[in-house]
Design a protein around this ligand. Sequence first.
Ligand SMILES: CC(C)(COP(=O)(O)OP(=O)(O)OC[C@H]1O[C@@H](n2cnc3c(N)ncnc32)[C@H](O)[C@@H]1OP(=O)(O)O)[C@@H](O)C(=O)NCCC(=O)NCCS
Length: 258
Amino acid sequence: VRRTNPDAMAASGTWPAPEETPLLAETAVHVWRASLDLSPPRLADLAVVLDDEERARAARFHFEPDRRRFVAAHGLLRRTLARYLDVDPRSIRYQSGPYGKPSLADHDQLDLRFNLAHSGKIALVAVGIGREIGVDVELIRPDIVTLDVAKQFFAPGEVRALGSLPAAERTGAFFCCWTRKEAYIKARGEGLSAPLDSFEVSVRPVEPAALVWCAAGDEERVRWSLRALDVSSEYAGAVAAEGHDWTLFCWDADRWLI
Ligand SMILES: CC(C)(COP(=O)(O)OP(=O)(O)OC[C@H]1O[C@@H](n2cnc3c(N)ncnc32)[C@H](O)[C@@H]1OP(=O)(O)O)[C@@H](O)C(=O)NCCC(=O)NCCS
């Protein structure tokens, strides 16, 4: 596997598009951004790497665009993991955590951890070594942003922070808060079993992404750290990972995974 030195490419709002697989240090988290809007040949190329279970899930979608995006996201995930592991993407086997979080069933030597998120036409794949990771991306939909919706999903302090903002800043803050919360839940792997009001994140886009309060205690805030992702003007994103000793690198997958 040819590798580039990522030192010059730390996340800075740009998403460089390397042709080679960047070296993944233990102190790094890599987030790959990929388009799900693919040509039929590219899609066919990804469909061939899926396993029987993924094919069966794909077949259950009622709408063709949803099926295509599922195939693209899961094909891209397999190809991404295969590059780091230096294996055939078809040989990768997953196992599920108690609330459905997928992880690698084999390849323990590298202790590669990952998480996938997809929304609209974008997928993000986050990878790291030896630390749990969660990533989220959401298409920004101003129509769903109301304080009533926030009350349903956010903690009281987050709702107050959102309510105190000028209306023009609310949509951005709503999706910042949403993706930060979701990235944390996904890192913990708890899915919908996690009470969304049992922890608070920073809400405004200008604030560094952070867990600001956890009902479970301060150990949780010490255990995890969050980073906002500058995905594009149409999408909000965030990543959460164990520890505070990691550097975020963001990459565009479109050239790398051809
Ligand atoms: C399972 C869950 C992760 C799905 O989240 P989502 O936003 O619908 O979807 P995302 O694109 O972010 O992530 C989906 C991927 O995460 C992975 N995943 C599945 N279960 C997971 C879990 N328990 N933990 C972490 N990752 C999980 C899978 O790879 C999944 O891909 P697939 O559905 O194509 O198989 C779950 O956290 C959820 O439904 N959360 C919604 C909670 C909510 O209401 N949040 C409101 C805003 S805070």
